[in-house]
Write a new protein. Structure first.
Length: 342
């Protein structure tokens, strides 16, 4: 894999992410971050598995065999699903097509990988964290500033049912903690916004967090969650959050066997939706709460598991005169909060 005469990978990344995707294709900030994450994963793969640093990585090195090995690494090492694996492949194809369109001399890499097929995605029942396991995970962070931050981040992931990208891009002007019904404004796919109410317990933790990490108040353009690099507060990375939730998940599993073997940020979103569904919240309400564009996307939470089947069968034999009522029954205020109406 000679480096002579081959353009460097990093020379094109900036224009691709900052000009091509947002200005020429009109992609949302969520999509751009997703593609940025995909390119970062490929960079890290080349560095850890092939010992090729970013400053040395050339387009000539991106062969079909290398990409296939990268996809296998995603599956075996990073434990990515078929869907995530396909998204990373689409990211590489898009980037290399951009490079090819800029200069036909750079077409070889794109031509070699464009026909790599997507992996068939098997429809599986959604994974989620049992409530006792969730409590065990949230109890793991200590009382240090970092522990308080980590705990608050996981609480926000669960209570708002937000995607990780939506949480990490939160700024001060996305919060209203003094309103009659405090809320957070989330920006989802396609820059669509939705209002999500903050529950009272979450508000208490968030107030404590803000006093510690935003002692002068959360400025309108300041990131709610941040890391300090060379004295400058910057947006936290998805990799950072993925590592910390895995760490706390492993610690919690030591005394709570119900904690799944693998904990990742999106699992908090699935868990929140599953818990709401099990509590009797209608799917259309959950769909709006999660920011799904189509109700069919939310149907995965209606997939009955063994426990739900058992509970349903048990309810048939229960006294019909005292049926169990869903928690939202005769509680319009709860429905209004979940809908974002209050």
């Amino acid at each position: 894999m000679s480096k002579l005469g081959s353009p460097l990978f990093f020379e094109h990344v900036g224009e691709y992410l900052q000009v091509y995707l947002p200005q020429q294709l009109g992609r949302s900030s969520h999509t751009i971050r997703s593609y940025q994450h995909g390119l970062n994963l490929f960079r890290k793969y080349m560095e850890t598995e092939h010992h090729i640093r970013l400053s040395e990585l050339t387009l000539q090195m991106i062969t079909r065999d290398v990409v296939l090995a990268f996809l296998q690494w995603l599956t075996d090492v990073k434990e990515c699903s078929a869907s995530s694996r396909n998204q990373r492949l689409a990211c590489l194809k898009s980037f290399l097509k951009f490079v090819s369109d800029k200069d036909v001399a750079n077409s070889s890499a794109y031509l070699m990988i464009r026909k790599i097929p997507k992996k068939k995605e098997q429809k599986m029942s959604v994974r989620w964290i049992p409530e006792n396991a969730l409590h065990a995970i949230l109890e793991q962070p200590n009382s240090s500033p970092k522990g308080i931050r980590d705990q608050m981040l996981m609480i926000m992931l669960y209570d708002t049912g937000a995607r990780l990208s939506e949480i990490l891009q939160l700024r001060g002007n996305d919060l209203d903690l003094v309103a009659k019904e405090p809320f957070v404004r989330l920006r989802g796919k396609g820059n669509k916004q939705r209002i999500v109410p903050l529950m009272e317990k979450t508000l208490l933790f968030l107030t404590r967090y803000c006093k510690l990490f935003h002692p002068n108040g959360v400025k309108s353009e300041s990131f709610l969650f941040y890391t300090v690099i060379k004295g400058i507060p910057q947006q936290m990375s998805q990799d950072n959050v993925e590592q910390l939730v895995q760490k706390y998940g492993k610690k919690a599993q030591e005394h709570c066997p119900q904690v799944p073997d693998r904990i990742y940020p999106h699992l908090f979103r699935h868990s929140r939706a599953s818990h709401l569904y099990r509590a009797g919240i209608p799917l259309p309400i959950i769909s709006r709460f999660l920011g799904h564009a189509h109700l069919s996307t939310t149907d995965i939470y209606a997939s009955a598991d063994v426990e739900m089947i058992r509970s349903s069968l048990q309810s048939i034999s229960d006294d019909k005169k005292n049926p169990v009522q869903p928690i939202w029954k005769d509680n319009d205020e709860m429905l209004a909060k979940l809908c974002g109406l209050t």
